[in-house]
Design a protein around this ligand. Sequence first.
Ligand code: ADP
Ligand code: ZN
Length: 445
Amino acid sequence: MVKMPSHTLIRDPKVECMPIEERRQLQFKRLKDLVERVYIQSPFYRKHFIEHGVRPDDIKTLEDLRRLPFTVKDDLRENYPFELFSVPVKDVVRIHCSSGTTGKPVVSGYTHNDMETWTELMARTFTLAGVTYRDVVHNAFGYGLFTGGLGHDMGARKIGAAVVPMSGGVNNRQIMLMEDFGATVLTCTPSYALVLAETAAKMGVDIKSRLKLRVALFGAEPSTEEMREHIEEKLHLEAYETFGMGEIMGPGISVECAYHNGMHMQDDHFLPEIIDPDTGEPLPPGEQGELVITTLTKEAMPLIRYRTRDITRLNTEPCPCGRTAIRHFKLAGRTDDMMVIKGVNVFPSQVEAVLLRHSELAPQYVLVVERVNNLDRLEIQVEASDEFYNQGRDNIEQFTKKLHHEMQQMLYISSKITIVPPRAIQRSEGKAKRVIDRRKETNQI
Ligand code: ADP
Ligand code: ZN
């Protein structure tokens, strides 16, 4: 359903509402410049292009983009730390990297101009959510190597809002400072927003009367529409979803407008494509596949046709807000998060959508996948709400049966449902870990 917008603030209408044809010309000009630039400045891309038999002169139209080879995450890992930079390190002013829990981290470098662009795109993002210099932004994204904290900080500062550089953690203090400083805007992951709502309830703080929150920017992890509604209700605010990725830039790649019907990709800087993840072939607009992004303006570490592994669909319909930047729908998940269980594709978001329909449950869950006798087994552990948990075993057993049936209809496979006591599932300060795949360790025949 399309919600009516509560406002229509646009930071840079000349660019954000640029006629489509003009936008395409700008994209082409930037693409051409990018390809020529990396061919000269980046040993990686020069070699990559030569190996795939393509030269900058081959790019004669925007559609020729598809002649260029993909860049994948392993290219970043293999060229650790700085081999993918297109400028000397002396021109780099900021280096971020992923947490690197699996192997070497993925590095991202920025020149002075890159930082200016990022700041401006985050300023557009806040403006689009109706945030102005009058607001107090409580920024609970982590500060540090993770791009979430600093990215939001720079954008909020640019529009003149007061930023509280909170980071995640010490939950009681977060509630206290939001109240004392009169925070009107909250920025964090949706799962951390849930933690904050829970904390306020535990502290006996009535959010509606004691906090002034009105808007939230949520991103960095998948969440369903049901989860958004739940958070909006608990925190008494309007939530805007954002999409970001460290190696492309960080937050600010795309964001929902006040119509809440897909995220506008800031495609004067990031050119999207959707491909079939198995064949690499581009898919027509509207079809679901893997999102591929070309950074049109980045100087320090441009990426050409970068395979994000995120699954979504593009929406080329004009948006009533007047912005002409292309939209994409909510991410269905990552190709690496998609579990293939008994041959069927399962995304955590499908499970979340079913769980959040029920007031008997708290929106905290984890999916455990194991392999028993050579067969996959999916267990969905979900917390009961306090009230429901006190209603006794029989009620819980009956409800579990009903939920099992609903889940089977959604997933097309049978799963084991385990209802656990309130607060039994571990909370996170940043991105929630929703899938525990134990198939490799548990395969016993
Ligand atoms: P960031 O610093 O912006 O979180 P990371 O590189 O740590 O970037 O993680 C990027 C990944 O986070 C994306 O590839 C995507 O899988 C996930 N992500 C970010 N925003 C969203 C979102 N709105 N919905 C779903 N997944 C998201
Ligand atoms: Zn719009």
